[in-house]
Design a protein around this ligand. Structure first.
Ligand code: GRF
Length: 192
């Protein structure tokens, strides 16, 4: 049986991309085919290459071209697209071609603290400013609007009144690193 091939899209540090690469390294039926970033100097590009995974940079202009992306993904026989800290909207052409096959990770309990501009520290800042008692992560399918696709799984953590942004960031990162690769794996294994 052919392996299910993943493309990871990431814009920044890529700690989640690295977790995914490590998780699937020896996997019998799932393979990380390449990593794509829209940031030339993103750390994710060098980290992925160091782990032996092909890493490509394409400009914002190029990644907003749905025909280009679909062509690239089809040429590389990609089955699944995993967004791990990818900050661009996915072109509708790509969503049509890969319906139900694009998964995003978001650092809040959606639908709270989602949408344009809600990423990274902005999310944690807003959670703390609103004195939320809990936060967490959401893993969901991607549709044409930021952070609004069908939910796959959510994981919670407590927020203490004394928490600083760094504290919350640490709790969220721990949830992401622990659960994201497993949820991606289960979703793929259950759906193909
Ligand atoms: C993560 O918090 C993820 O939830 C969000 O962007 C961040 C990416 O972190 N979408 P990293 O680049 O994987 O370290």
């Amino acid at each position: 049986m052919n392996k299910q091939r993943i493309a990871i899209f990431a814009s920044g540090t890529g700690s989640n991309a690295v977790r995914l690469i490590n998780h699937f390294e020896e996997h019998p039926t799932i393979d990380v085919a390449f990593v794509l970033s829209n940031k030339k100097d993103a750390k994710v590009l060098s980290s992925s290459a160091e782990l032996g995974v092909t890493a490509w940079y394409h400009s914002n202009q190029v990644v907003s071209n749905g025909d280009f992306l679909v062509g690239l993904l089809e040429e590389n026989k990609i089955d699944w697209i995993i967004l791990a800290g990818y900050l661009r909207l996915i072109p509708s052409k790509l969503i049509e071609s890969y319906e139900g096959k694009i998964i995003n990770l978001h650092p809040s309990l959606l639908p709270k603290y989602g949408g344009k501009g809600m990423y990274g520290r902005n999310v944690h800042e807003a959670v703390l400013a609103n004195e939320e008692k809990e936060s967490g992560i959401s893993v969901h399918f991607v549709n044409e609007r930021f952070d609004e696709g069908a939910m796959i799984a959510q994981f919670f953590c407590q927020v203490q009144s004394t928490d600083k942004i760094e504290d919350l960031e640490g709790k969220i990162r721990l949830l992401e690193h622990t659960y994201f690769p497993i949820v991606v794996e289960h979703t793929i294994l259950n759906k193909h």
